[in-house]
Design a protein around this ligand. Structure first.
Ligand code: SAH
Ligand code: F3S
Length: 448
């Protein structure tokens, strides 16, 4: 009987992508099947996130539960990967001796060997090195579940924002070659994929080597992906405002397949806070970038990330963030209370904004952001939207679900043979987290 694998993943889309790759690897090497609960599994893997303290705490509380499973089944193998593993290394085993394997975001492709090693030698293994981009070469052929897929185009981050742990846990920015990315996209297309999301911590910092020795930026890569006939829509995330170049702005005018959505984290609306965060742009620069993007794509949906309560943030600084939010009309965005991360430059600053002030600011910001997203959803009611049908709806078995270009989930009555097709849907109702619509009579569903 084949062995069973359970993977618990936390954090960003990069981690989701990595978790799928871990599953693919162990399926190819050991014929393992992924299961839905840890109780059924022979191998338990945790793909961790260390972006904020809360995310990190989850690791040890879950390990506490897994330890109990191992007590009753000593053959159980427990592996911890991702950013906490990368940051904590040996400490993981010191705090949780039940762990057999500690691996980092860039050594997950070595899991099959690490697993064999643990079993053969009967002692734990640790490998959290950064062996350049070897990971992608070692991964099995991609698999696809449905018509959308992620493709990682770069690893790591070299921006070193003063609050952020990512450059330390995932290493410096390193881009995959353009040809490698395109090969992965072509194999996904042959599996029925019609929408690609290019992934990386800073995809617009992409500098991929091409066959002729020149380097491609993100805009050039987008043109290459758009030239693949079967691909109907392209997304990318996440981007840094400092690296939005002219070519990327023009891409929004030139590439209709590029989704009408841009996630461009601003973090704060005060120039002194932005400087202390080492973001390398001013609010004015950001506003100018947005203005130019909207010239290229007038109805562009723009979303962002925000941090409140960064060291030294005054009421006035926060007011400036709110002004930016009021002026820009952001779509569904993310906002967080500042969390001090050991080892980052900002961790040397006094974490001086009182907890209750941080929380109050977060509530104010989040309710304003939610209102703004609601207004955008409301304005879509009555319009016809192009939707890529992804799967049956989770709420209603007779309905199908798919996303609009501006990244909203829409549920509508329809047949399952629409999956994988771009169709026209008339939006009838805006709900808090999704839209409800009906198939347009004119929807030809010809595009596949
Ligand atoms: N480019 C990356 C950014 C990673 S972190 C990406 O989006 O994949 C995602 C967001 O987490 C950041 O944009 C920032 O808003 C938030 N964040 C990062 N470090 C943080 C910290 N120390 N405290 C609170 N929020 C943080
Ligand atoms: Fe983190 Fe800044 Fe990079 S938020 S991921 S260091 S762009």
């Amino acid at each position: 009987m084949s062995e069973k694998l359970y993977i618990q993943t936390f954090g960003c889309q990069m981690n989701e992508y990595d978790a799928d790759k871990m599953g693919d690897m162990l399926d190819a090497s050991h014929g393992m099947n992924r299961v839905e609960s840890p109780e059924e599994a022979d191998v338990l893997l945790m793909n961790t996130c260390s972006i904020r303290e809360k995310a990190q705490e989850k690791v040890y509380s879950l390990l506490g539960r897994w330890k109990k499973l191992k007590q009753s089944r000593p053959d159980l193998i427990i592996g911890v990967g991702g950013c906490v593993a990368s940051q904590e290394g040996e400490n993981i085993r010191r705090r949780a001796p039940c762990v057999d394997i500690v691996f980092g975001p860039q050594t997950l492709h070595r899991l099959p060997q690490m697993l064999d090693q643990v079993r053969k030698q009967g002692r734990p293994v640790l490998d959290i090195s950064f062996p350049e981009i070897e990971k992608f070469d070692a991964l099995p052929k991609p698999r696809a579940e449905g018509p959308t897929a992620f493709v990682s185009i770069m690893e790591g981050c070299s921006k070193y924002c003063s609050f952020c742990i990512v450059p330390f846990t995932r290493g410096e920015e390193i881009s995959r070659n353009l040809d490698d990315v395109m090969t992965e996209i072509h194999s996904l297309v042959s599996l029925g994929v019609r929408e690609i999301t290019l992934l990386g911590q800073n995809v617009n910092g992409y500098r991929g080597l091409m066959d002729d020795g020149e380097t491609a930026d993100l805009a050039l890569l987008l043109h290459h992906v758009a030239a693949v006939e079967e691909i109907g829509r392209i997304r990318f995330t996440t981007s840094h405002p400092m690296e939005v170049n002219d070519a990327l702005i023009e891409a929004f005018a030139e590439i209709p397949k590029l989704a009408n959505h841009f996630h461009l984290p601003v973090q704060a609306g005060s120039n002194s806070i932005l400087a202390a965060m080492k973001r390398n742009y001013t609010v004015e620069d950001y506003i100018e970038t947005v203005r130019r993007l909207r010239m290229a794509r007038p109805d562009l949906s723009l979303s962002s990330d925000f941090i409140v309560g960064f060291p030294g943030e005054t009421d006035e600084d926060f007011e400036q963030t709110m002004e930016l939010v009021n002026e820009t009309g952001f779509d569904t965005s993310f906002s967080f209370v500042y969390s001090r991360r050991p080892g980052t430059p900002a961790s040397a600053l006094p974490d001086d904004v009182a907890e209750e002030i941080k929380k109050r600011r977060l509530t104010i910001l989040q309710s304003r952001l939610a209102q703004s997203a609601r207004e955008i959803s409301q304005a879509m009611v009555g319009t016809t939207q192009k939707v890529l049908v992804e799967r049956p709806s989770r709420k209603d078995i007779s309905a199908m679900a798919g996303r609009t270009s501006n990244n909203r989930m829409v549920n509508f009555s329809g047949r399952s043979d629409l999956i994988g097709k771009f169709i026209d849907v008339i939006i009838e109702e805006a709900l808090p987290n999704s839209l409800r619509g009906k198939l347009s009579d004119t929807s030809s569903a010809t595009e596949s």
